[in-house]
Each structure stands twice: as structure tokens, then as C-alpha cells.
Design a protein around this ligand. Structure first.
Ligand code: ADP
Ligand code: TYD
Length: 203
């Protein structure tokens, strides 16, 4: 049985990542693939409990990073690795790059500490493909406000926080050109759908 493919979706809040995640999952299933659609933080019963805490409870930034990686370890062992071993595709709304972008870029936690956690929790395991949905902070915030859900602990952050998160994502893209593709998320949903389909056809 050939190992499945692992695709992660990233971007600042409001860029349109979850919309495109749902679209790609449907598209792959329509093509007859077995797809595990999942998300971080979350993806397991324990991970979803940690997600509720992470999105609501104030905490020290290192606690936040450790809980993100604790949820990720559970997700990897219980869901992602077994799915890939079965030959399923795993399409994940956020993964390890979000910790570098948010806890590293946004909150200012040392990159080296995050690298040690990533090494411990994942070893050299990374997605086959990471799509970063990139848009100016003002565009993403406008979309978030138009969607008018009650904002969580991250969505309540100021524009400067998201500027740092965005810059960290773009740094990750520059440092990992083989794995990471940056998608211009300011375009119409249709044109992004087409680009996604073309990129995914190459992996
Ligand atoms: P994210 O998961 O990145 O936080 P969402 O996918 O939830 O973002 O999208 C946030 C809002 O923006 C939603 O209301 C969604 O319908 C809208 N949206 C998503 N993609 C686009 C797009 N390409 N153009 C305009 N609006 C969009
Ligand atoms: P997300 O699912 O994108 O939120 P929503 O459902 O509101 O669109 O992600 C929840 C938040 O968690 C998001 O603001 C980013 C944050 N996050 C981190 O800070 N670090 C991480 O490692 C992960 C996976 C998410």
C-alpha cells in the first residue's frame, strides 16, 4: 500500500484558508480519494479539548506553545500517521508552521525553542505540501469581521500581531521552497480553487 499524501493549510486568520480547505477535501473525495479532513489545534478528542482551552484561556506563551505541540503529538500518533500508512490523504487546516508563525512570529517565542519542540514531537516528519494563504492583514480582518463570529483569543489580537504572523509565514515559505507554496488569497474563490487544483495535481 503506497503511503498517502499530507497537505497542510496555513495563513493568518481571515485569509480564507478554511473555505479552501473544505473545497479541496470535497474535490479530492469527488475524485475518489480517501481523505481525512482534520485541523489543529484539534483533530482528536483530547486535541479538541486542548483547542477549547487554547482559544479561550489566557496563558503564558510557553504554555501555549507546549499545549499546541501536545495536541499535535496526539494528532500525529492517533490520526495522521495511521491515515498515511493506510494510503489515505490527510488534509489538515493548520499544522506545525502555525506554531512558528503564531507563537514564534506573533508572540515572540525563540525560533530555536520551537525547532526543539518540532524535532521532539515530529522528528523530520513534515507535510508533503503546505499551502500558505497570503493576504494583507487589512483584507483578512475585513473578511473576519464580515463573517461576524465572536472572535477567539487569537482573533482578538491587534493588526501588528498579524503583521508579524504573516511575515513569519513568508519567512517559512522562503526557507522551504520545495514544500511550501504561497497562494495570493486576495483573488476570487474560483481562481484560487483552480490554482489549488493545479498545484495538488503535481504532488
Ligand atoms: P480562515 O480560515 O483563513 O480564517 P475563512 O475561510 O473562514 O478564513 O474565511 C473568512 C471569511 O472570508 C469567510 O466569510 C469566507 O466566506 C470569506 N472568504 C474566503 N475566501 C474568500 C475570497 N477568496 N474572497 C472573498 N471572501 C472570502
Ligand atoms: P483556526 O482553526 O484557524 O481558527 P478558526 O476556526 O477560528 O478559523 O485556528 C485557531 C487559532 O489557533 C488560530 O488563530 C491560530 C492558532 N494556532 C496557533 O497559534 N498555533 C498553532 O500551532 C496552531 C495550530 C494554531
Amino acid at each position: 500500500m503506497a503511503r498517502g499524501r499530507f497537505i497542510s493549510f496555513e495563513g493568518i486568520d481571515g485569509a480564507g484558508k478554511s473555505t479552501q480547505h473544505a473545497w479541496l477535501v470535497d474535490r479530492l473525495r469527488a475524485q475518489g480519494r480517501q481523505v481525512v479532513a482534520t485541523r489543529e489545534p484539534g483533530g482528536t478528542p483530547l486535541g479538541e479539548k486542548l483547542r477549547s482551552l487554547l482559544l479561550a484561556e489566557p496563558m503564558h506563551l510557553e504554555t501555549e506553545a507546549l499545549l499546541m505541540f501536545a495536541a499535535r503529538r496526539e494528532h500525529l500518533v492517533q490520526v495522521i500517521e495511521p491515515a498515511l500508512a493506510r494510503g489515505d490523504w490527510v488534509v489538515c487546516d493548520r499544522f506545525v508552521d502555525a506554531s512558528f508563525a503564531y507563537q514564534g512570529g506573533g508572540r515572540g517565542l525563540e525560533w530555536a525553542k520551537l525547532e526543539r519542540l518540532a524535532e521532539w514531537v515530529l522528528g523530520s516528519m513534515r507535510p508533503d505540501l503546505t499551502l500558505i494563504f497570503d493576504a494583507p492583514v487589512a483584507v483578512a480582518q475585513q473578511r473576519l469581521h464580515a463573517a461576524s463570529n465572536s472572535p477567539d483569543r487569537f482573533e482578538q489580537e491587534q493588526a501588528e500581531f498579524f503583521e508579524r504572523v504573516r511575515a513569519a509565514y513568508l519567512r517559512i515559505a522562503r526557507e522551504n521552497p520545495l514544500r511550501v507554496r504561497v497562494i495570493d488569497a486576495t483573488r476570487s474563490m474560483d481562481s484560487i480553487n483552480k490554482e489549488l487544483e493545479n498545484i495538488v495535481a503535481t504532488i
